[in-house]
Each structure stands twice: as C-alpha cells, then as structure tokens.
Ligand binder design. Structure first.
Ligand code: ATP
Length: 542
C-alpha cells in the first residue's frame, strides 16, 4: 500500500517534469549538448510564472510597505565579504556530515573503524502510510548490541518524518578500517564534500590567487555590506528592512528533485533590522512571544520573528498555498547555526517529500558585527528615538524563487476525468494556478478562424485586455481543444467570441456579449464585453 503510494508520487513527479517540458515551463539547460546537471531554463510559460512570483513578493515586501527598501547588488562581491560571513572557511575543506547528529567533520580527520556495519534500504511508518526510501547504515560500536544499532536507525527515519519507523531491508557486513562512520555514535557520514560550495572565478586578466572571486552563494550578504549606504539615503529609521531578489550559485554536490536543488537559482531575501531587546525595553515590556498587533516600538526579536512568519504565511495564502500544503518546522536548538536565536522553515508538501521553501531566521547581530570586524567600518546605528547607539539585530525571511515555482507547479497539477457533450470520457490535465500567479490570465478565442467578423471582434477584445493582463490569442483547431491547451497552461479564464457576439443569432440581447469560461469549474457564462475587463481584474485579484 505504502509502496504503491510512493510509486504514484514518483509517477506524478515524472508527469510534472514531462508537462513542464512539453508546455514550456522548464527545460534542462543546454539540452542540445546533453544538458548540464543542476541548471534549468524557464520557457515561455515558466518565465511568466517566475516573474509573477517575484513581482508579487517584491510588491508585498517593499512597495506596499513604508519600512522596507529595495536593493539590486552585484553577483560578484569583494572576497572579504565571504570571509566575514564565514562562507570561505565553512566550505573550503572536504567535509562530511553525521547523518544523525548533523555534526560536521573534516573528512581527513576521521579515524578508521572496523566492525559490523548494518544497512537498511528504508523504512515505513506504522502510524501512517508514509515511506522513506533513504538508505541508511550504522556501525555497531564496541560494547553495543543490535538493539542499539536499530535504535540509531529508528532515530534517523524519525528525523525524516516517520512517527513509528519500521526498518526495511536490513543486512549486515563486516568492514575494516572504514572512515564512513562517526565514532561518536556509529552513524553513517555523508560523502565528503571535497570542494568549496562557492563557484570560484578570477577578476581581471590574471588567474592568480590574488584575483580569486566567488559567485555569491546567497543574496543576503550584499544587503549587509550596503546597510550603511541605505540607512543614509533612504532616511528610514530602525526598525526597517532591505530586500533583494537575485541569482545565487552553489556548487551543490548532489543536485536533485528537478529544480528543487539547483546549482544556479534565485533567492528573495529580506534583512529586517531591529532594536536589540535591551533597547526595545525602553519603550515598554518586550513581548515574549506572539504579538498579534501591528509593529510596536517595544518589540524585541521574538515578536518580530513571529510577525514575519505571519506576514509570510499571509503572502503564501495570497498565491494559493495554505496550511493544507505547507508545514512549519522550528529548528531544534542543536540544529541552529551558532549565531541564530531561532529559525522556522516553511516547508511544502512536494510529491518527493515535505521540503523547505523558505527559512525565517533571527540572526542576532552576527552579520553586521562580522562586517564591522572585517572591514574596519562601523556598522553602528544611532537610534534617535531611543537615544541609543547599537549594531542592529536582524530577522531574515529567505526564500527560493525556483522552489516556490516548483511548489506552485506541483500544487497546480491535476488530472481529472471529464465527459464531453457526446458522452466521451477523457482525462483532463489542468494546472490550477491561482489567477495571481498564472502565466497567462486569459485566452481569447474566435469560434471559427475563417470568419473574418469573428476574428476581428476577437482581436478587438484582445486589444482591450492586453494592456492589463497577459492574454493568449488562439484561433487554431476545435474550441474544445483550445480550452484543453489553456487548461494545461493553467490559464484561469477563456473568452470565446461567437455568432451571438456578432448579433447574428436569434437573441439580439446577446450582441456584444462573450462566453467566459472558468478553468477549474469549466462553467461558462455570458458576459457583456463592456463588463469583461472589470470582471476579469476582480477575479484575478480576489
Ligand atoms: P537546504 O537546506 O535545502 O540546502 P538551505 O537551508 O541551505 O537549504 P538557505 O541557505 O537558508 O537554504 O537559503 C534560503 C533559500 O534559498 C532556501 O529556503 C531555498 O528556498 C533556496 N535555496 C537554497 N539552496 C538552493 C538550491 N540549491 N536550489 C534551489 N533553491 C535553493
């Protein structure tokens, strides 16, 4: 049962990947040369969808707020930036991670071990139909028994979302002098990351160590380096934020799950600068948790962190992703980066598992302090109303555009059995995008392409709508086929111009009306051309 569900999810993913290619959402980069692993191109529909996601994020994060300013910084920054942020040192040695404790070790410092190695092919859940097909292995450490090893494996599958893991495919093998296990707990280690995750390049004509630079692995750091400039020019007072959308590059060891883990991707990041709690306390008691109201001067990091979580969830709901499709994961204290006070991840239920779309971190004042240290430039801020000088703390909602687009595509994908007027049943593939993000908002169709009056009227309607929304004009083939094509593209509305529109049928009251078809319900209603624009705009934004 669980296996068949798993197979179904895999099939769904394959169908989604194939639809993405067939309909021009996403192609493999450089496909004519066999492709390049971890790089993807967005086709005509995909680029519209992606643009909509970015535009909606930008609008909600900056244009609709008085306390956030935008930035568009370079991809290559001074290499010192990455020293200050910790990226150069964190990624520069071959590293392995313990799959249980998440502790990271230098691969060349692992002590060789011998003993019985236990292997599992995966686990099922006794309390749900969840399955995890991740392979895992433990080394039976001296003095430990089979129960101890299985306990370790159970912990591993619990961390992957199974409540009561039932281990599958157990085998054992004697191993000698292996460096694949953690001597502290017997857990398997990841493969060594023998290279820097940052893409390296050289600035200028000489390929020397002095000229090494990196393609940014995140957009956030440029925001910190521009903090002082933006403070000055934007005349914004803390609390305020700076946000940016742009490319980031990570030489991921194992790109996978379609675009989910790519080597080139886009991020949408906000750094929201706030008062340290002790300064906020001057304005009243600092709330210790959720503060439902709008921002207050006495808010410390906890209230701001929860505020941004709420705002981000409201935004997800506005593009059709709700608690039905999303999950929150609060990182445990031992999982947090050393400077982070709290991080909550917003996860989406992908067919390949529930995975991170966005992280919202309370990062203290780590980043600005580091840049102050490495650049020698003060990052202190004078707070007029608090009469205090401090290095601001920061809340960082950081989201991936490509993961968001993939989540929207997976969420939209539906297969439905439909029966036509002649009683014929067929499978309709329909992408149920929220109209706000849909690549094309409306399809315009003259009923017949060889009737100049119909075509002329359809073109009039097209010209009326085009300044306000993305419109697709299609006159080829039977009208039912045209509807189906737009269903696959995720176009929420279709407008058909027929003989009633021209006033050529019996009912003269239908002159200058069109058929408006809704993608999801497939219902059709007659609408006056004069009312069409207003009605569509209302439906797109509702
Ligand atoms: P993961 O643990 O999945 O690698 P992360 O915690 O390292 O992600 P962050 O550094 O917090 O990710 O980056 C913020 C966001 O950028 C992520 O939530 C994700 O949406 C996006 N992102 C990060 N790495 C990738 C990638 N390789 N491909 C696509 N998107 C990514």
């Amino acid at each position: 049962m669980a296996d068949s569900k798993d197979q179904k999810q895999q099939d769904t993913m394959e169908k989604i990947v194939s639809l993405c290619k067939r309909r021009g959402f996403i192609f493999q980069s450089s496909e004519i040369y066999g492709g390049i692993n971890g790089f993807w191109d967005y086709g005509p529909l995909g680029s519209e969808l992606k643009r909509n996601v970015k535009d909606l994020w930008w609008r909600s994060m900056t244009q609709e707020r008085e306390d956030v300013a935008g930035l568009d910084a370079t991809i290559i920054l001074h290499p010192k930036v990455w020293e200050a942020s910790g990226h150069t040192s964190t990624f520069s040695d071959p590293m392995v991670d313990c799959l249980l404790s998440k502790k990271r070790f230098r691969a060349d410092q692992i002590n060789p071990l011998s003993g019985t190695a236990w292997f599992w092919t995966g686990a099922t859940d006794a309390e749900s139909d969840k399955v995890c097909n991740d392979k895992f292995s433990m080394l039976q450490l001296p003095g430990k028994d089979a129960n101890w090893v299985r306990k370790g494996a159970t912990q591993f599958y619990k961390a992957r979302g199974l409540q009561a893991p039932v281990l599958q495919g157990e085998t054992t093998e004697q191993v000698t002098n292996t460096t694949r296990y953690n001597e502290e707990n017997g857990s398997l280690l990841t493969e060594p990351r023998a290279f820097n995750l940052m893409f390296k390049t050289y600035v200028g004509p000489v390929e020397s160590n002095d000229n090494v630079a990196y393609l940014r692995p995140e957009t956030a750091q440029a925001i910190f380096t521009e903090f002082k400039n933006i403070c000055e020019v934007s005349r914004k007072a803390i609390p305020f934020g700076i946000c940016q959308i742009g490319k980031a590059f990570r030489n991921e060891i194992n790109p996978r799950n379609f675009t989910f883990r790519s080597r080139e991707f886009e991020q949408m990041e906000l750094e929201f600068f706030i008062r340290p709690d002790e300064v906020a306390a001057q304005f009243g008691e600092v709330p210790d948790g959720e503060a439902e109201s709008e921002p207050q001067p006495n808010w410390g990091w906890k209230a701001w962190h929860l505020y941004w979580l709420r705002k981000r969830l409201e935004w997800y709901a506005s593009i059709g992703l709700t608690s039905e499709n999303l999950e929150l994961y609060w990182q445990k204290p031992e999982e947090l980066a050393h400077y982070a006070r709290a991080t909550v991840d917003i996860l989406f239920k992908f067919p390949f598992g529930t995975q991170e779309l966005e992280g919202i971190a309370a990062r203290g004042n780590f980043d600005l302090s580091q840049h102050q240290k490495f650049s020698g430039k003060s990052m202190e801020y004078f707070d007029e109303s608090a009469k205090a000088k401090y290095i601001p703390h920061v809340i960082e909602p950081s989201a991936g555009v490509d993961r968001m687009v993939l989540a929207l595509i997976c969420h939209a994908y539906h297969e439905e059995e439909v029966t036509d007027e002649k009683g014929k049943t067929e499978t309709r593939i329909v992408m149920k995008f929220h109209p706000r993000v849909a690549p094309i908002k409306v399809g315009v169709f003259p009923l017949l392409k060889n009737k100049p009056a119909l075509v002329a009227k359809a073109r009039e309607v097209l010209a009326m709508l085009r300044p306000y929304m993305t419109v697709f004009y299609d006159e080829a083939g039977a009208i039912g086929r045209r509807y189906r094509r737009q269903d696959e593209a995720g176009t929420p509305f279709g407008v058909t111009i027929d003989f009633d529109t021209l006033g050529e049928n019996e009912d003269p009251s239908l002159k200058d009306t069109v058929t408006l078809r809704e993608r999801d319900s497939m219902k059709q209603v007659r609408v006056k051309i004069d009312d069409l624009l207003h009605l569509l705009l209302k439906k797109i934004n509702s």
